[in-house]
Ligand binder design. Structure first.
Ligand code: SAH
Ligand code: SF4
Ligand code: F3S
Length: 439
């Protein structure tokens, strides 16, 4: 049966979000409709994440829910792609009879071939370890006309002891400079004004330029900044061990957002050592201090992993101290989840769920208290806001973001969408701010 309508569900990080955008680009090129529900489709695609056990469980329960559709419509296809296939491979087809097609993160550009095979009724697995240099030439279909993700590198060589990503995304590979700049030029031609450069560890970017010379990440940032139409340039993720003064200098460029995601994971040096992060808390804090001195209005965010094997209450107290010392604008914190293949999964002294969950709640409470206090500084300030569109919660108001990624709501009209306006902040809440446009 011909597949004419496809449903896609995406789990996980920005890398996966962008991979789904690339699948959507391929669908559009082949006039295959993208539909909103699995019921309306001929094929459902699950773009999966395996960073925590919960993320995996969610996928399998979502797939299980399609059992009645498959029973009624024997030609209905279910595809699983993204990070889970990179580890589980053929086993997925054996384990789960509902799945028809499995492919990984490195050959999305061949999606149509896979669809054709699925149409013939064959069950197949297509997982490869490395991607070809033209893999990213596929033109992605982005929902947001103004903001775009652009992959600059893929994979990770760090092997933090808890993390499955090096096993799912494979070894680090940087895209050549020209390919990235070409993509950016074609994006700005369609109206994109804000770009987020993506990689698991952008600070170790080493892409080749036309002369075959390896370019560093700060050098790449300068080349991207030379595209005048880009109003805002963001990037994730920066690994603290590779965060350099050269990058701080590049971040001073006016259209590089004054926002940095710099995940510390934990505050105890003993735990950081066991995690194989490659820095101490003091080294991290010194880099933050240097950054704040150079760029005083910088906003910082971090990931935290709570309940790593053998974490004691004293270790956890050190994590709380980091949150107090840095005053993050935002944090992302997770309970530790043992992942297959990783070193930490085999460590003794795994922490009981109740203990880590209680710590996680205390971490969030501490952060909320600090963020609420820190955000009051914005009251009365006038800030540049990139207007994204009408607010989802209040359709009378426009919504946009500050350079530091804070959401601002204010009155205005359609003409402001896509432009940069000055907004005076009148009210600061925990997750958003309200203001008025200054003419
Ligand atoms: N490359 C990025 C993050 C990749 S994964 C970096 O190095 O920071 C995103 C986040 O998921 C990590 O920062 C970490 O906090 C969390 N994470 C990774 N493995 C995890 C695990 N086994 N259990 C719980 N959280 C995990
Ligand atoms: Fe995972 Fe560490 Fe690589 Fe980040 S740097 S993706 S946490 S192994
Ligand atoms: Fe998840 Fe893969 Fe991203 S495991 S966090 S979707 S790289």
């Amino acid at each position: 049966m011909k597949i004419e309508k496809v449903y896609i569900k995406t789990y996980g990080c920005q890398m996966n979000v962008h991979d789904s955008e690339r699948i959507k680009g391929i669908l559009a090129e082949h006039s295959i409709a993208l539909v909103e529900t699995p019921e309306a489709a001929d094929m459902a695609v699950f773009n999966t994440c395996s960073v925590r056990a919960k993320a995996e469980q969610k996928v399998f329960s979502d797939i299980g829910r399609l059992r009645p559709i498959k029973k009624k419509r024997p030609d209905y296809k279910i595809a699983v792609c993204g990070c889970i296939p990179q580890v589980q491979r053929e086993a997925l087809l054996q384990k789960n009879p509902l799945i028809d097609l499995v492919f990984g993160v490195n050959n999305i550009s061949r999606f149509m071939e896979f669809v054709t095979q699925a149409e013939l009724g064959k069950r197949h697995t297509h997982v490869i370890d490395d991607y070809a240099l033209d893999e990213y030439e596929v033109s992605a279909r982005r929902d947001d006309p103004m903001r775009a993700y652009v992959t600059i590198m893929n994979g990770c060589d760090n092997f933090c002891s808890y993390c499955i990503v090096p096993y799912t995304r494979g070894r680090e590979q940087s895209r050549p400079v020209a390919a990235i700049l070409d993509e950016l030029h074609s994006l700005v031609a369609t109206g994109v004004r804000e770009v987020t450069l993506l990689g698991q560890n952008v600070n170790s970017y080493r892409g080749l330029d036309g002369a075959g010379t390896a370019i560093t990440f700060p050098e790449l940032l300068r080349l991207v900044h030379a595209i005048p139409e880009l109003v805002r340039i963001r990037f994730v993720t920066s690994h603290p061990k590779d965060f350099t003064e050269e990058l701080i200098e590049a971040m001073k460029l006016p259209r590089i957002c004054k926002y940095l995601h710099l995940p510390i994971q934990a505050g105890s040096d003993r735990i950081l050592g066991l995690m194989k992060r490659g820095y101490t808390a003091a080294e991290y804090l010194a880099k933050v201090a240097q950054l704040k001195a150079a760029i005083p209005d910088i906003a910082l965010s971090s990931d935290f992993l709570v309940g790593f094997p053998s974490e004691t209450e004293e270790d956890f107290q050190e994590t709380l101290r980091i949150v107090e010392a840095v005053e993050y604008a935002q944090i992302f914190a997770f309970n530790y989840s043992p992942r297959p293949e990783t070193v930490a999964a085999k460590m003794e002294e795994q922490i009981p769920f109740e203990v880590m969950n209680e710590r996680l709640n205390r971490l969030f409470a501490k952060q909320n208290e600090i963020a609420e206090r820190a955000r009051q500084q914005f009251a009365g300030q006038t800030l540049p806001v990139l207007v994204e569109g009408w607010s989802k919660n209040n359709t009378q108001m426009l919504a946009g973001r500050t350079d530091t990624n804070a959401i601002v709501h204010f009155a205005g009209d359609d003409a402001l969408i896509g432009t940069l306006v000055m907004v005076r902040i009148t009210d600061v809440k925990l997750y958003s701010m309200t203001g008025e446009v200054v003419r």
